[in-house]
Design a protein around this ligand. Structure first.
Ligand SMILES: NC(=O)C1=CN([C@@H]2O[C@H](COP(=O)(O)OP(=O)(O)OC[C@H]3O[C@@H](n4cnc5c(N)ncnc54)[C@H](OP(=O)(O)O)[C@@H]3O)[C@@H](O)[C@H]2O)C=CC1
Ligand SMILES: O=C(CO)[C@H](O)[C@H](O)COP(=O)(O)O
Ligand SMILES: [Zn+2]
Length: 341
């Protein structure tokens, strides 16, 4: 079967590629319906990743956040039309210690191999998780981003000390919002404080106990553990501010992605005995946990809906470009593409 794949060939330029796929029982075919743009996609689209990386990875189809409908299952385990969320991480082996998203042999869609911007996505059969019928499809489109926070919380739970009175979340964007929301739900008796750059974004975090602008933090504020959800150049000052604010032996979960290495105050990391927990991507179990969590906590979907900034029907390559450009000019939230190409 010949499939049409919409690939980024150079910054801000997409072309259609035609690829032959052969079907076997290990695969299923999904027609994407709702796709959502991640900051990582924008770093490729705008050429921020640098010439060497782009030369290695392009042409490549972007997007690793999305849902679709099953159109074909050779084993007939899934009914045609079943709504599913797609798992972008694709492991080629398993390991008893190292999770699938940290294995060097794993492939991740839209970071080295083709993402979801295709007419049909061919997936290993364990790379989809069925959705429940009440799930808002525009929120479901960015379930992958919710799994990132879910995964970070499960790593935190395994690795951090047990005092959880006060959490600090740095970053007033989408990932900070979702992480703060999940923390508030998972640790009902804990205080969650958000630290951000923008008053208008912090106003959206109505469910947290406290929020501060990073240039106006009272000197007596202390946190037990922190989640850094900033990324880019801002992550340097965020991490160093966390180091100053955290109490000894606290943990810092690092989630923000930077293009360049950042300088951090190692002297104070040592002196305070801080644990740094790197957290990247997610695996099938995080998707299962997230869908189960959303099914059992449907009131939370209302909060997640406030992250939807724009919903763009996409029928042509120009529509893809328009959606990416619109996303770049939005100061808040997620851009969803209704995939009708
Ligand atoms: N670990 C993982 O697997 C994943 C990581 N990410 C990464 O997480 C990061 C955040 O993603 P996302 O929320 O979507 O992006 P956003 O750009 O929406 O959020 C980042 C927010 O942090 C704010 N900010 C900038 N500097 C600081 C600072 N020093 N302290 C506090 N806040 C600050 C930004 O404000 P302003 O815009 O005004 O600068 C912005 O509102 C990105 O780097 C992204 O690539 C995303 C998904 C998965
Ligand atoms: O967004 C992400 C996961 O949701 C990751 O940040 C992304 O996969 C990083 O990939 P890359 O190295 O290609 O920037
Ligand atoms: Zn992402």
């Amino acid at each position: 079967m010949i499939n049409q794949i919409y690939q980024l060939v150079s910054p801000r330029q997409y072309e259609v590629a035609y690829k032959e796929f052969s079907l076997n029982d290990d695969h299923i075919i999904v027609r994407p319906t709702h796709l959502s743009i991640c900051r990582a996609d924008q770093r490729y689209y705008t050429g921020k990743r640098g010439k060497e990386t782009l030369a290695k990875k392009l042409p490549m189809s972007l997007i690793h956040e999305g849902i679709g409908k099953i159109v074909y299952d050779p084993k007939k385990e899934f009914k045609v039309g079943t709504k599913v969320v797609m798992v972008p991480n694709t492991p080629t082996e398993s390991d008893e210690i190292i999770a699938e998203n940290y294995l060097e042999s794993s492939k991740f869609r839209s970071s080295g191999f083709d993402g979801f911007m295709q007419d049909y996505v061919f997936l290993d059969r364990d790379r989809v998780v069925p959705l429940f019928k009440e799930m808002d499809p525009n929120v479901a489109a960015f379930i992958e981003l919710i799994t990132i926070s879910m995964h970070a919380l499960s790593r935190f739970e395994k690795k951090a000390h047990s005092r959880r009175n006060v959490f600090g979340v740095w970053g007033d964007g989408s990932l900070g919002f979702i992480t703060a929301l999940l923390l508030k739900r998972a640790y009902k008796n804990s205080k969650v404080i958000v630290f951000g750059k923008n008053a208008h974004k912090l106003e959206r975090f109505s469910f947290v106990d406290q929020s501060y602008q990073i240039d106006n933090i009272p000197s007596n504020v202390r946190i037990d553990h922190a989640f850094e959800c900033v990324g880019g150049i801002g992550s340097q000052s965020a991490i160093n501010q966390i180091i100053d604010t955290i109490t000894p032996e606290g943990s810092i979960s690092l989630l923000g992605v930077s293009e360049y290495p950042v300088e951090v105050n190692t002297r104070m990391i040592l002196e305070k005995g801080i644990t740094l927990i790197g957290s990247s991507r997610s695996g099938r179990q995080d998707f299962v946990n997230t869908v189960d969590f959303l099914k059992e906590n449907q009131d939370i979907i209302e909060y997640l809906e406030t992250l939807i900034e724009s919903v763009q029907p996409v029928k042509t390559i120009q529509d893809i470009i328009n959606a990416f450009e619109k996303d770049l000019t939005s100061s808040w939230g997620k851009t969803i593409m209704l995939w009708r190409i």
